[in-house]
Design a binder for this molecule. Structure first.
Ligand code: PEP
Length: 256
């Protein structure tokens, strides 16, 4: 089976609504039909999602899709500051990142939280991009595969096989995020292959073959092609390099 590549830009806490509009317009302008085989997703901050929706609505041919960076699992209620999956759907989000290591580190997000978020998203027809990744200490102790597969097993705990169909996995070593350091493409592929096995054991051979697995962590123009050449890496979750149209579209090109 050939999996459709996906390149998602995680803008983190960057870009005001007007800056987001400008970048989305630049991305749409730099888009080429040669990239038509790739799903291209931008994940602006919450405050720019509506602007992203309006900008893309205006350009009816735009292939860009919108994702969020987080969600709360309850459908509504007295949860000050929280955003529900239905609210994300209302601003045209078709993807949402969950379990990013920065959410785990700075907002104490647990594996159980990630599982609830993933379930809330699939319930609204939004595809969760479920992140996992080890620290440098875990990598150096040889525990990477056991650690990340445990994270993914926990994140999938509430999803049936049909719920899990839209799920995207993202392998993002914590030590590679924003540091300029990366595993070799072969090392990243080995971990992605293990994640695929984990999905296969849980949901069956066809699901394991179909699930899209992204690599993320200091991916850039210089290394994108090498990651894209790996058999188990189906795209990228891109931080810093997604903040400029030129570097982001270069990574889209690498996977096309
Ligand atoms: C990320 O945080 O998802 C990420 C991959 O960041 P960067 O590309 O900047 O390392």
């Amino acid at each position: 089976m050939t999996r459709r590549p996906l390149v998602a830009g995680n803008w983190k806490m960057h870009k005001t609504a007007s800056e987001a509009t400008r970048l989305i317009q630049q991305l749409a302008y730099s888009y080429d039909d040669a990239y038509a085989g790739v799903d291209v997703v931008v994940c602006p901050p919450f405050t720019a999602l509506r602007s992203a929706q309006v900008t893309l609505d205006f350009d009816t041919n735009s292939p860009l899709r919108i994702g969020a960076q987080d969600v709360f699992w309850e459908p509504s209620g007295a949860y000050t500051g929280a955003i529900s999956a239905a609210m994300l759907r209302d601003v045209a989000c078709s993807f949402c990142i969950v379990g990013h290591s920065e959410r785990r580190k700075y907002f104490s997000e647990t594996d159980e939280d990630v599982a609830r978020k993933a379930a809330a998203l699939t319930g609204e027809g939004i595809a969760p991009i479920i992140c996992c990744g080890e620290t440098i200490e875990t990598r150096e102790s040889g525990g990477t595969v056991a650690f990340v597969t445990a994270q993914i097993e926990a994140a999938l705990a509430l999803l049936s096989a049909s719920d899990a169909e839209p799920v995207v996995l993202a392998y993002e070593p914590v030590w590679a995020i924003g540091t300029g350091r990366t595993p070799t493409p072969e090392q990243a592929d080995e971990v992605c292959a293990a994640l695929r096995d984990c999905f296969r054991e849980r949901y069956g051979a066809a699901a394991g073959e179909a699930v899209r697995i992204l690599y993320g962590g200091s991916m850039n123009i210089g290394n994108g092609d090498a990651f894209a050449a790996m058999p188990n890496i189906d795209g990228g979750l891109v931080g810093g390099a997604s903040l400029e149209a030129e570097s982001f579209m270069a990574l889209v090109k690498a996977f096309s």
